[in-house]
Ligand binder design. Structure first.
Ligand code: C2E
Ligand code: CA
Ligand code: CA
Ligand code: CA
Length: 275
């Protein structure tokens, strides 16, 4: 039994070592990919629930690893944060987003994800202004998507930061709404322009339009506070119907279109049977 215990401990140690090594490898691969401009951005359509037209687009960063294939951003963004790469990487994404959207007047806005590390960066506002200057993209057409984790650290500076961005004319969306612990209290404490209802709630909408209670309450609450609502992860016709009935403002998901490398492609999307 003792031998077995030692064997397991050893196996565990090896497993840990393997993970550390793999992470270090990915980190250096990511550094290289970024340096040699091997990362890309995709654009996913956001559709107006009333007209069925594409009005906006979320920008999603992509990394195609030469050996491991597509690495999801949920995996490599934390690595970029750990490696001190997230600030230049995030700035690069922003530049790509603004430059592309500047050439797509059909898109009223473009939405860019900000990691908490980017959001807390004391130089954020300056950097954003520089990108807007360089690309000639108007701040009124830019949306930043932030998650409530940015508020876990520092109340005061987070709300000052939000205000400075909004003063520039940039809109702020509270991302992954409902997945955290105290989303509702944040809505009271900070000023946002919109919320994005997380896919996990949209998944709850069933064929017999069950699972609507939470979404319905969230939409009503948001509208009472003067906030716009986007539903993400919309895949099925009955979800579209239910969300439209509830007065959801905009929708995003595979039903309308997958993320696409060419922003021009997504502006072509139109639902024929929309009334
Ligand atoms: P998110 O902000 O919640 O982004 C939505 C995710 O849902 C994207 O995954 C998108 O491709 C996926 N999605 C959209 N519609 C559907 C659908 O109908 N069905 C399903 N199954 N999935 C759908 P992705 O691209 O893998 O991004 C994952 C997360 O990575 C994002 O979650 C966001 O938090 C983060 N991320 C992506 N790009 C960036 C970036 O440029 N900067 C930062 N800081 N984070 C990013
Ligand atoms: Ca997002
Ligand atoms: Ca989400
Ligand atoms: Ca997310």
């Amino acid at each position: 039994a003792k031998e077995g215990g030692r064997g397991r401990a050893l196996a565990f140690e090896h497993e840990m070592e393997r993970e550390v090594r793999e992470r270090r490898e990915l980190e250096s691969d990511l550094r290289e990919a970024f340096e040699y401009e091997k990362l890309n951005v995709d654009f996913q359509p956001i559709v107006d629930a009333r007209s069925g037209q594409v009005v906006s687009s979320e920008v999603l960063v992509r990394w195609l690893h030469p050996v491991r294939g597509e690495i999801p951003p949920d995996t490599f963004i934390p690595i970029a944060e750990h490696a001190g790469l997230i600030l230049p990487l995030g700035n690069w994404v922003l530049k790509k987003a603004c430059a592309a959207a500047a050439r797509c007047p059909e898109l009223e806005s473009v939405a860019v994800n900000l990691s908490p590390v980017q959001f807390m960066d004391p130089n954020l506002v300056e950097q954003v202004c520089a990108v807007l200057d360089e690309t000639g993209f108007p701040p009124e057409r830019l949306v930043f998507e932030i998650t409530e984790s940015v508020f876990l650290r520092d109340f005061g500076s987070a709300s000052t930061k939000l205000e400075r961005l909004r003063d520039l004319g940039i809109s702020i969306a509270l991302d992954d709404f409902g997945t955290g612990y105290s989303s509702l209290s944040y809505l009271r404490q900070y000023k946002f322009d919109k919320i994005k209802i997380d896919k996990s709630f949209v998944d709850e909408i069933g064929e017999r339009s069950d699972g609507l209670a939470i979404i319905s309450a969230v939409i009503a609450l948001a509208h009472n506070l003067g906030l716009e609502v986007t539903a993400e992860g919309v895949e099925r016709q009955f979800q579209v119907d239910a969300l439209r009935t509830l007065g959801c403002d905009t929708m995003q998901g595979y039903y309308f279109g997958r993320p696409d490398a060419n922003p021009m492609n997504i502006t072509q999307i139109r639902k024929e049977d929309w009334e």
